[in-house]
Design a protein around this ligand. Structure first.
Ligand SMILES: [Zn+2]
Ligand SMILES: [Zn+2]
Length: 237
């Protein structure tokens, strides 16, 4: 009862509004109104067995990633990186709207419920940010999501056993070959032995060429990980 009064008071004092169109939202529904939410484009199954793009039949690999080598075993992304997701992710990472972790966690919950029903994982990690960037931003956007996902799945969150070794140039400003070079060897496992024979769910906010997740998976595989599934909120078309 007390919680309901608090939540009602909270709504009256700070009415929540849709991040895109500013229409007023119920307190229980942060992020987007129904109309804006209907513009999200989910990445439907069947998924490419490597990168998670939609393909025409089960067990196919898509033409876009056929020549790529990834260190993760499979990758998935929930929605396409286009409006309104582009704006929301930007607000979340750079606009001080940390509260949007609830919205993106909800997106991941939906995707996991629909597509990961028969998958078993041992541990959840997120792609680490380098310390300087994490200090500047005040949080690691992917780690907030992996913390949520690990709670939902009842698993340990172990990003603290990983480190991003050095400051790399932002991937978003680089071409494909440069992205690969930029992240090569930049992740390090701190607790050797912890990931041995484990099935890992590797969470990130966005999958573009897949090079960052792949390089992170490389470090985990070198530490003996048995299987790595990468899951991002969004990916380019
Ligand atoms: Zn709206
Ligand atoms: Zn593919």
């Amino acid at each position: 009862m007390l919680n309901r009064i608090r939540s009602l008071a909270d709504t009256l004092i700070f009415p929540r509004s849709c991040e895109i169109c500013s229409s007023v939202l119920p307190a229980s529904n942060p992020g987007l109104c129904r109309a804006c939410e209907s513009n999200l484009r989910w990445i439907r199954a069947p998924h490419c067995v490597a990168c998670g793009r939609t393909v025409t039949a089960e067990n196919q690999r898509c033409a876009e990633c056929a020549s790529e080598h990834f260190h993760f075993d499979r990758a998935y992304a929930c929605v396409y990186y286009e409006e309104p997701v582009k704006k929301l992710l930007h607000l979340y990472k750079f606009g001080g709207r940390k509260v949007l972790k609830n919205f993106f966690s909800g997106v991941m919950d939906c995707f996991i419920r629909e597509h990961f029903r028969h998958m078993l994982f041992d541990v959840v990690v997120s792609v680490p940010l380098d310390k300087k960037k994490e200090r500047e931003r005040g949080f690691n956007q992917s780690r907030l999501l992996s913390a949520h996902v690990s709670r939902q799945l009842g698993l340990t969150e172990a990003t603290d056993k990983l480190r991003r070794r050095e400051t790399t140039a932002p991937q978003s400003r680089l071409g494909k070959a440069e992205r690969r070079r930029n992240v090569k060897g930049c992740f390090e496992v701190l607790d050797l032995g912890f990931f041995r024979l484990k099935k890992i769910l590797l969470v990130d906010d966005i999958l573009t060429t897949g090079q960052t997740a792949s390089e992170c998976a490389h470090a985990l595989k070198n530490a003996g990980a048995a299987w790595i599934t990468a899951l991002a909120c969004a990916r380019g078309v």
